[in-house]
Design a protein around this ligand. Structure first.
Ligand SMILES: [Zn+2]
Length: 173
């Protein structure tokens, strides 16, 4: 895969419908182009998530892994303050977005389904695939709870999946 196309950036969503409706590849393994689109969309997910999340450790984990963000406060602040500009989604964010995309694709490839997949189903599948893995590299923060109910990890995963689902629904048909 070459990424030689320098210069002006294409619209983030322009080419996605064609890619999504191209059935020539398998649902799990994405082509380089689709993968690039997913990383790009992950950036949008992160921008929106940062506006909704109050916890700094969780916020940091979306742009980089939380463990190194804690070690390097200056980078942490810089990346978090850069709200309007370019954000680089963390590996964990991209991983969750990839799993969500693959869940949506598998559902739409299943002819026995009469209805499009719902957000709750996507969440369920993503959660099942990731299991107990510390996907956002939260470290000890993984078991911290908010108001004694859901863990921050749980909240983070739900937020990323739902934001991606909404963005995808609005831009890809
Ligand atoms: Zn948190």
């Amino acid at each position: 895969m070459s990424s030689a196309a320098g210069g002006d950036l294409p619209s983030p969503f322009a080419d996605i419908p064609a890619l999504v409706h191209d059935h020539s590849y398998l649902p799990i393994r994405f082509s380089g182009l689709v993968d690039n689109a997913l990383v790009y969309i992950s950036g949008f997910v992160v921008l929106r998530a940062l506006k909704q999340l109050a916890c700094d450790v969780c916020r940091a984990s979306l742009v980089t892994d939380a463990a190194s963000a804690i070690k390097d406060q200056s980078y942490h602040l810089l990346s978090l303050r850069n709200n309007g500009g370019l954000v680089i989604p963390s590996e964990g964010t991209v991983r969750v977005v990839r799993e969500a995309e693959s869940a949506i694709r598998q559902a739409s490839a299943n002819c026995r389904r009469s209805q499009p997949i719902k957000l709750k189903e996507v969440e369920y599948i993503v959660r099942k695939r990731i299991g107990s893995e510390d996907v956002f590299v939260l470290g000890e923060h993984i078991s911290d709870t908010q108001y004694g109910i859901d863990s921050h990890n749980h909240t983070l995963l739900t937020l990323v999946v739902s934001l991606f689902f909404k963005i995808r629904l609005n831009h890809i048909r």
